[in-house]
Design a binder for this molecule. Sequence first.
Ligand code: AMP
Length: 172
Amino acid sequence: MDLKNMIREVPDFPTKGIGFKDITTLLKDQDALRYTSNRIVQEFRGKNITKVLGIESRGFILGGLLAYELNAGFVPVRKKGKLPAETLSESYQLEYGTDSIEIHRDALSPDDVVLIHDDLLATGGTTNAVLSLVKKVGVSVIYLSFICDLSFIKNEFKENLEVYKPHSLVSY
Ligand code: AMP
């Protein structure tokens, strides 16, 4: 299946110059959704993953399916102030200013095998922050999964991720 064809490109969203990769056109198609989930599951089955971390908010959609199929638990990574119990927090740089992401302090233990999932890898800033959180807990076995990778964006964040061999199905 040509997944790139299933992802709508919206020019100048949310700001001028950004080509937004809209996965809702893929998600609403029953065959494309199943195919996408199956392809990622095939890649990570047998790796003894115990927790799938979905990054708010588009990482929650496939993240839940992957956790179910891989027989793992699901952990939401959320924007600051959304999680109700005690959290671990990590700040990261945006184009202007900074943002923070959080997980519950008791969400992971060092012996977990973690799969971090988001819909899209752009600058790698968000994923690097999630990696820092996961490492803070002492987790050492970490995998990365995305539907799409904007491979034309190259920077030190993405270089940093290379050791984890980020897996993606569609490359731009
Ligand atoms: P980054 O931290 O730059 O790797 O950005 C990753 C996050 O921003 C992901 O959660 C994406 O959903 C979102 N994102 C960044 N750029 C795009 C884009 N061109 N199209 C769709 N989503 C994007």
